[in-house]
Design a protein around this ligand. Structure first.
Ligand SMILES: Nc1ncnc2c1ncn2[C@@H]1O[C@H](COP(=O)(O)OP(=O)(O)O)[C@@H](O)[C@H]1O
Ligand SMILES: [Mg+2]
Length: 598
């Protein structure tokens, strides 16, 4: 640069205006800061008045502790706060605010009036916009902050504001989030002098349904779990209440609404087994962690936090939510309405498909298991024999004995090497062979790994395969993890790995592809998260490799064994990718197709 300008310190107002860029994006961000201040001040009721979507005017009136006359000007000074005074206090902060930046930033980009009265004062004091000298005013105990003409002085920012209705919508979102977090505080909201929201002080659960409505009442499952220094409470919704958009997901960490990848991922993976990949669950969850175990000062607007032990948080959240959902799956599937099976298995409303059917045939479960094992040991043979005339004969054996009360029925045939066609008590089922087996293997892997009883099978002849240096390094770095998954892999050269043992359950698939898949997952997952966050992703990869492939000819015996295994597998309705694994048509459905009896 030719025209070098001298370095100078920026004027204070400009510093605040720049800082405002980080925290104050739109009226809703102003509102968030003001309402949080009211809550920090111990307010029991907060009134919010908006004009023109908050662009023209935002006023927040609280009945909290108020501000002393001689501190009013300080409240508007950058980095002045009553909430912390040392680093130690920051590390265990309980208030929403602590940076002492919000009011100064807002005042720098608007016209801010501050009126406040403490319990010892005879009357309120007021700071008019642009003054630092308080004048006597009338007003009740508490504080009123009025913010007018946001960004009028910062046209660059003003331009980015949307239509009033949109800004109003953002304001309501911001208020809802705080209202959810502070159910003991009452809120009233006015827009252009019309009352638009009112929530009375109440319990956390009642506040959730007050704010978010019926959906959480009807489809909600209460979550309430405590574990050492961590607790999770709130409401998750059944998978059927899932939405196309992630607009009903509220996570609060120590009362603060945040977006957090660890927790989101934990919740996602808890739903992964029961929810189609592109559907979004709805939930309101409050995570309480010891303040010293979480850093809230990682984002100027505090939208993010950082956990000291994110692995532990992830485990706790995932387990808690999984249990909540599993509890419901058990009870809900019993309902004959089929109301909660709209994801994939909606057609299965017949009573033959409810778990009671599993229970009544429980006595015969031992023979199923025997069949199952035998059949899958036979798999290799079946494959090689697939085209023999004998195999075809078995496939098309006529079926004259009555179908037993197996929910998934008796296998009739394999269709296009992909589907199993089965006759059930009440109709016809079509089963995606690979998806179904994948689900079975996946659940078996999960169980075995949880019980630390993943049986290993040594390979008679090790499989040696070429890898990149990176893959080799991964195999060495993750050796203990790889072993805990049932593998034994060792370097046999600068670019070669020998696979000496694999999980017995998966010993028949394409082992090289399996090993590569595991390495690839490990690379993406990273050591710290393995066996916690992403364990199920990895198991899904393994299950996918271990499951029967399409175009593999199965015998009827194998098909039936698979059906029996599915019936015994939790959540066999969906494959690991959330797709349905089977569909069912009642005879009446079929009759309709053919216009019979009409
Ligand atoms: N509604 C309020 N009631 C009482 N005191 C308030 C209120 N709003 C702000 N204050 C005081 O002004 C200070 C500065 O507020 P702010 O700029 O939001 O920073 P922070 O909340 O991070 O401390 C607060 O620490 C608090 O002492
Ligand atoms: Mg504040």
């Amino acid at each position: 640069m030719s025209n070098r300008r001298p370095i100078c310190a920026l004027p204070d107002l400009l510093v605040s205006q720049i800082a405002a860029g980080e925290v104050i994006e739109r009226p809703a961000s102003v509102l968030k800061e003001l309402v949080e201040n009211a809550v920090d001040a111990g307010a029991q009721s907060v009134e919010i008045r908006l004009e023109a979507g908050g662009i023209r005017r935002i006023a927040v009136i609280d009945d909290g502790s108020g501000i002393e006359k001689n501190e009013l000007a300080l409240a508007l000074t950058r980095h002045a706060t009553s909430k912390i005074s040392s680093l130690e206090e920051l590390e265990s902060v309980h208030s929403m605010g602590f940076r002492g930046e919000a009011l100064a930033s807002i005042a720098a980009v608007s016209q801010l009036t501050l009126i406040s009265r403490t319990k010892d004062a005879d009357h309120a004091w007021c700071l008019e916009p642009g003054t630092l000298e308080a004048s006597a005013a009338s007003g009740a105990l508490g504080t009123t902050v009025e913010v007018k003409y946001l960004f009028d002085r910062v046209p660059a920012r003003r331009k980015f504001l949307r239509a009033e209705a949109t800004e109003f919508g953002h304001c309501i979102d911001a208020i809802e989030r705080i209202a959810l977090a502070f159910p003991e505080v009452g809120f009233r909201v006015f827009h252009n002098d019309r009352a638009v929201r009112q929530w009375l002080p109440t319990s956390a659960l009642k506040r959730i349904s007050d704010v978010l409505g019926a959906e959480f009442n009807e489809h909600g499952i209460e979550v309430n779990a405590q574990g050492g220094l961590i607790a999770l409470m709130g409401v998750v919704t059944r998978p059927t209440a899932a939405r196309a958009r992630a607009d009903r997901q509220f996570l609060f960490v120590n009362g603060r609404h945040v977006r957090d990848r660890t927790v989101s991922h934990a919740i996602r993976s808890a739903y992964a087994d029961v929810l189609h990949g592109d559907r979004q669950p709805a939930f309101v969850l409050f995570l309480q962690v010891d303040p010293t175990a979480v850093d809230v000062n990682v984002h100027p607007a505090k939208h993010e936090v950082r956990f000291r032990d994110s692995g532990a948080v992830h485990r706790f959240v995932q387990q808690t939510v999984t249990q909540a959902l599993a509890g419901v799956a058990g009870t809900q599937h019993v309902s004959a309405t089929g109301a909660d099976t709209s994801y994939g298995a909606a057609q299965m409303t017949d009573s033959a498909f409810v778990p009671t059917a599993f229970a009544t045939s429980g006595s015969s479960s031992a023979p199923w298991q025997a069949t199952t094992q035998r059949a899958f040991q036979l798999r290799e043979t079946a494959q090689t024999n697939s085209t023999s005339p004998q195999a075809w004969q078995t496939l098309y054996q006529p079926l004259d004995e009555p179908t037993p009360a197996w929910p998934l029925g008796r296998a009739l045939a394999q269709v296009h090497g992909i589907y199993i066609l089965a006759q059930t008590n009440s109709g016809l089922a079509l089963i995606d062979m690979h998806a179904a087996h994948e689900r079975v293997v996946y659940e078996q892997l999960k169980k075995a790994l949880d019980a630390r009883t993943l049986p290993q099978q040594s390979l008679l002849v090790p499989i040696v395969f070429r890898v990149t240096e990176k893959e080799l390094a991964l195999a060495q770095e993750f050796q203990p993890h790889i072993e805990s998954l049932g593998f034994e892999m060792a370097a046999v050269g600068p670019q070669a790995l020998a696979l000496r043992a694999v999980p017995a359950m998966l010993a028949r698939g394409d082992l090289e592809a399996l090993a590569r898949g595991v390495l690839r997952d490990l690379e993406q997952i990273g050591a710290s998260q393995l066996l916690t966050e992403q364990r199920n992703t990895l198991l899904a990869t393994m299950a996918c490799h271990g499951a029967v492939r399409a175009n593999r000819q199965l015998t009827l015996e194998e098909m039936n064994a698979l059906l029996r295994q599915m019936e015994q597998t939790e959540r066999a309705d969906q494959c690991n990718h959330g797709r349905p694994t089977w569909i069912h048509w009642n005879i009446s459905d079929l009759d309709k197709l053919f216009l019979r009896g009409q």
